[in-house]
Design a protein around this ligand. Sequence first.
Ligand code: C5P
Length: 222
Amino acid sequence: DPAPVLTIDGPSGSGKGTISRLVTGRLGWHYLDSGALYRAVGVAAGWKDIDLGDPAALVRCAFDTRVDFREAEDGLRVMVNGSDATHELRMETAGAAASAIAAIGEVREVLKERQRAFRRPPGLVADGRDMGTVIFPDAAYKVFLTASADERAQRRYKQLKDKGVSVTFAGLLREILARDARDANRAVAPLRPAADAVTIDTTGMAIDDVVDRVLAVMAPAQ
Ligand code: C5P
């Protein structure tokens, strides 16, 4: 039997990253940050001066980009082609590049098997946009997290401010809305809840309460 999977999909700033990591810790399962793979390709393309309007070069870049996740004292570190790119990956420029690249079907194909390889016992928490719809359609547990655009921009703003990145709230809100529109309207693997996903609106909810709600989704089978 394949290892069990919990998919957590949703738009940027919905709390997916934070909630996924906490739930992963509670379950003692493996964790896949699929957005980091798309961001890594975006960052690697930038390093190589690849034009975001050149799909063939981006597909080659996706194929060539090595991504390794390392557990460190201050959290998960992401190595891209052997260099620590953790900080660069969190910038909104990396998110925007990722979103442009993620609209290319062939790039998604290249990353598909790499994502499925994260499924190992005792289980996997998979965080992204199409985890429940495309990558792990047979997952036993599926959650879709949302929150109002304003609250999502607030969270990202705080997150980036805490990391010392200089951003404006208005600029961030505009970027987030543009990225969501592109993710939701693309032809391949658009952002949407799987038919069998449980949607949780996290607007105004405390983190611990969201974690409890996600674990409750899994409860009937345990
Ligand atoms: O989740 P994160 O903000 O890191 O994702 C960055 C971008 O990568 C998203 O805006 C989306 O375009 C793309 N992505 C995707 N499918 C996933 C994860 C991320 O298309 N499973």
